[in-house]
Write a protein that binds this ligand. Structure first.
Ligand code: DX5
Ligand code: ZN
Length: 215
């Protein structure tokens, strides 16, 4: 069964407590938290202060996706805010290995996120040091975009790289995941589904989460 990680970017922030209660009562496994700085991506979302509040509202895994430049400056702040998993973008890290070591030494699981134009082969040398690859299936910055189909090929390539080495790295797909395309994403080899609009804009979010979980 896939791990379901609803992205709170699509949540109603005026009713954040209710949204958290809904997720806690649902079959969702992780909270996916999208941090944007207006520099790495053309949008600004929220930072550690909001995550600190969310942390108090749940015992589920907080999976923090940093879409920011110079993530090494903020890793400790996100740890203190309650992040369990911290992902940084390969495109934002000049010294990716150092960044990954920092995240792990702070006691978090480490992830590497890649945008659609970055080939999975770029992960070749870092793969055995990380817990998760966040494979972006839209260009980062906004929720509600359309899934880019060639992501399916990238998932298959990455699954092969991971399995050939006997590693246990999660493949998380982020962007444009729907109830309709989720099965093909899982079939290609992904095991974590991020879903923002599909969950939060649905008439029955808990039911939608259960549908994704059943795949
Ligand atoms: C986009 C974010 C995604 C986003 C997904 O930059 O990383 O996590 O919230 O939203 P949906 O599922 O609506 O495409
Ligand atoms: Zn994300």
């Amino acid at each position: 069964m896939p791990i379901i990680a609803p992205s709170l970017l699509a949540a109603d922030f005026l009713n954040l407590k209710d949204e958290c209660t809904m997720l806690n009562e649902s079959e969702a496994d992780w909270y996916h938290l999208d941090v944007m700085d207006g520099r790495f991506v053309p949008n600004i979302s929220f930072g550690p202060m909001i995550i600190e509040f969310i942390r108090k509202a749940t015992t589920k895994v907080c999976d923090v996706h940093l879409m920011i430049e110079e993530p090494e400056k903020y890793a400790a702040q996100f740890k203190n805010a309650g992040a369990d998993i911290l992902s940084v973008h390969i495109e934002a890290c000049r010294h990716l290995h150092r960044n990954i070591e920092q995240i792990k030494s702070l006691g978090m699981r480490a992830g590497v996120a890649v945008t659609p134009h970055t080939p999975v082969s770029a992960l070749n040398d870092i793969l055995h040091d990380i817990d998760l690859v966040c494979l972006m299936s839209v260009n980062p910055g906004f929720g509600g975009q359309k899934f880019i189909p060639y992501t399916l090929d990238k998932i298959k390539q990455l699954r092969k790289m991971i399995d050939e080495r006997g590693l246990k790295v999660h493949i998380e797909i982020d962007g444009g995941v729907t109830v309709e395309n989720a099965a093909s994403i899982i079939a290609a080899g992904a095991d974590v589904l991020v879903a923002g609009n599909t969950v939060f804009k649905s008439a029955d979010p808990k039911k939608t989460i259960a549908q994704l979980k059943k795949l």
